[in-house]
Design a protein around this ligand. Sequence first.
Ligand code: AMP
Length: 171
Amino acid sequence: MEALRRLIREVPDFPKPGILFKDITTLLKDADGFRAAVDAVTDPYRDPRPDVVVGIESRGFILGAAVADRLGVGFVPVRKPGKLPWRTMQATYDLEYGSDTLEIHEDALAASQRALIVDDLLATGGTAQASVALVKRCGARVAGLSFLVELTALEGRGRLAGERVVAALQY
Ligand code: AMP
């Protein structure tokens, strides 16, 4: 895990002043690092295995698709508004200033499916909370959430009460 931590680049004041951005591109381009990161996000959910992985745009696609392949299950994207071509369901969540919306295809999940939600990083939890809401609105169940990084000071877990939340690296 310490090797993984060293592969993540920290970029101060991106995308705006005061944010210390965790840049995982330096990890993704490292073959051993990428494999270890996908293992770390996958392994807690091998048994029982979820039925499907839901990945959050956009870094959640990179990790989530690899996790789904490891588990031998399908992949469902949660995207920013206007990107998905078919009928969607939407969830809007609050940001520090303003709000944001995420979408899922309304037929993406079957009612009985247990979905694992994957993203690169848990910060305030707004993105993850909206994704949980979308999965449930589809009638599916949430098997849990898996992140590569958790910024614990922002207490994102608090918005995910009742769900299993796993993060490989905590800061
Ligand atoms: P939040 O909704 O606050 O939990 O933010 C999580 C989403 O924003 C994830 O999709 C992350 O990729 C991104 N994000 C938030 N804060 C950071 C950060 N410090 N470094 C990298 N990505 C971040």
